[in-house]
Ligand binder design. Sequence first.
Ligand SMILES: Nc1ncnc2c1ncn2[C@@H]1O[C@H](COP(=O)(O)OP(=O)(O)OP(=O)(O)O)[C@@H](O)[C@H]1O
Length: 788
Amino acid sequence: MSQPTRHLDARERELAKEQAYVTRLYDRLDALREHTRRQLDGVLAQGGGGTMQNRSERDTFATMYAERLARLWAVEHALCFGRIDHAEGESPALDDVPGEEQGEVTGSLYIGRIGLGDGRRRLLIDWRAPVAQPFYRATPAAPMGITRRRHLQTRGRKVVGIDDDLLDVDNLTDDDVATLNGEAALLASITAARTGRMRDIVATIQAEQDRVIRSALDGVLVVQGGPGTGKTVVALHRAAYLLYTHRERLARRGVLILGPNPTFLRYIEQVLPSLGETDVLLSTVGELYPGLRATAKEPDAVAAVKGDARLAKVIARAVADRQRVPRKAISIDLGAHTLTLEPRTLEAAASRAARSRRPHNQARAVFVRHLLNALARQWAKRLGKGVIDDEELADLREELRTEPAVRSALNRLWPYLTPQQLLIGLYTSAERLDAAAGGLLSAAERALLTRAAPRAGDGWQWTESDVPLLDEAAELLGDIDEHVLRASAWMAEEERAAAQAARREEQDRELAYAKEVLELTGMADVLDAERLAARHREETDDLTTAERAAADRTWAFGYVIVDEAQELSPMAWRAVMRRCPAKAMTVVGDIAQTGTSAGPASWDEVLAPYTQGRHRVETLSVNYRTPAELMSVAAGVLTLIGPGLHAPRSVRESGAPPWRQRLADLTELGALAAREAAESGGRLAVLAPAALAAEVGAAVTAAVDGAVAGPGPDALDAPAAVLTVADAKGLEFDAVIVAEPAAILAESPRGASDLYVALTRATRRLGVAHTGDLPAVLSALPDRPAFG
Ligand SMILES: Nc1ncnc2c1ncn2[C@@H]1O[C@H](COP(=O)(O)OP(=O)(O)OP(=O)(O)O)[C@@H](O)[C@H]1O
């Protein structure tokens, strides 16, 4: 019988060779998992006895092994995706990378999600290692010592395709020289149907993206790029790269990634775990203030005032206003005696407190002590005592401190304040607002901030743009002792309720996490999730860096990445910058997509106060999401945003020309969405002006099975979702219908940017549905082709 391999052509032989290598890598991965699992079993088998220290050490090891095991499971998909062959005599010197399995390298280097070795040979190189760089950056013009770059496509553990770039310039045509890295692999990746969750791009990172990912840690890096240029996905890979390269420094201080809304965070949340990194805090600005949920909505005009840089002064003045002492004497009735605080004494106490340079709540101690001393001396005189010594003075002072009349006078003069109390006081009192904002904000702006006092029992509804103001106030007010906080009646009630809700939510999260760990580690039959979650809760020492950082407003992160950064107001920037005193940050965004009125006109304007112009800017120029036909429609809208703006170059065409469809009324949108969903066969988004979102939502959900209206976790998984442009920021869909583009344009001062964002969300098909006239820039669109 003839050997089948004899009949294999060269390509199949190569496939078989690669299959053998990849199988060996998975064998090694399985062996490592088995080993780690035995280590975890060993620790868990020791039970919960022994000294506190024994228990704590065991738990630390258990957490470490469980995390390692989870990481080894996370790299199952596309464990190895590439190979580079070096020119003769160009074998690279391998650094010993901490956490990687060491060993020699001979021949080709295989690139994958983690480093693997067998003790003698380095079998797989982590994509973030310096020697892996040519895989992403080498071009025929600058081959970086390699002759071939090979992309391996795998399905499960099977190698199903090979895609080579030959970098030996002598044997290439000019056309070859101009082609993108691993074009076939890239095209396969960007044309694939979307799943509703962002995927990692380790196998197909492009050279300009790689430069951003591997840029040095220190300083502020701005990544500017049009829609779909990979800013978000690149920022996430940069986080993984920095954690790998500066593990010690960043593991201690943590990494924070800020995104525009919770739906977006859900959209991106799987990327870092798939790269083996789980300890990163993903947050919105609205979630930055521990224990507070800022979910209420408010008009854009109100948010714009709250986001304005002048508010920093308003808050500072509001705090100072609560320290203002009266110009006339205050009498304190102690029953038998009446004591008096003269304006002179009050002034002296206030100026001593101010000189202490402490925040309001701590400076209060200085103020109170000064007044109590003055009152104690007066009281001694009234009691007929002559000169008193320090001890007697201290006794009288402590006695006075507990006198209700004294306490109430002191609290009126210099109250303990939480940031919440300060802001509510400001919003609900015209007098306080005038004192703090007079001369800084116009009467119309002050009117926008004004709110009615809450009715007893009603919680206060906080909005996202309140959060930076609370943060600002917290800086100026300083902490308050727990017992003082509890004594403050309805605030305490509100905070208790918030804490309870947060605790419940935390418990749900812990349970979900525990279930996931058990599933991943195959321990579901040994431990139950409730017990694992409870253990996790008991051991506060075991909190990850990200969890500790999330609970601490004053936490200083080792690195901060701000996505959709053009949306941040000046006040939000102040809060974000406080989270990263070292100013080691990546700021990612597109000025042309700015939707909020409080957003910036340039990166220099945003960053100058913090970097004094020393930030560096990288630009991404190629659009991997939106096909050329769609991008040319969006490019027309770009001209409305500003002259001289350029749309990024699309990497492909879709063959599906964008269309328009006139409707008699919005109810017809349901049938149109149903046809488009059926025809596209992928995930559809209908993007509507905020004022019409409810009406459009009702029409579409009535007509399309499984469609959802509004943001939230379901919007990512549903076959069709109706969203406003703000809610669709940063997301992408197979097909998009933009409803009533003229209304989107007219809805806000940044309407053109909103329309630009809406038109650039689709990966394949785009349509525009309208009842009235179309904006001139869209009027050349052809009518939608008939169905079928
Ligand atoms: N090198 C790449 N290989 C494969 N896919 C890529 C690559 N770069 C980007 N993509 C894909 O292109 C799409 C757009 O990327 P991303 O959302 O990061 O862009 P963005 O610049 O943040 O867009 P926007 O500003 O519109 O939100 C994503 O699906 C992403 O996975």
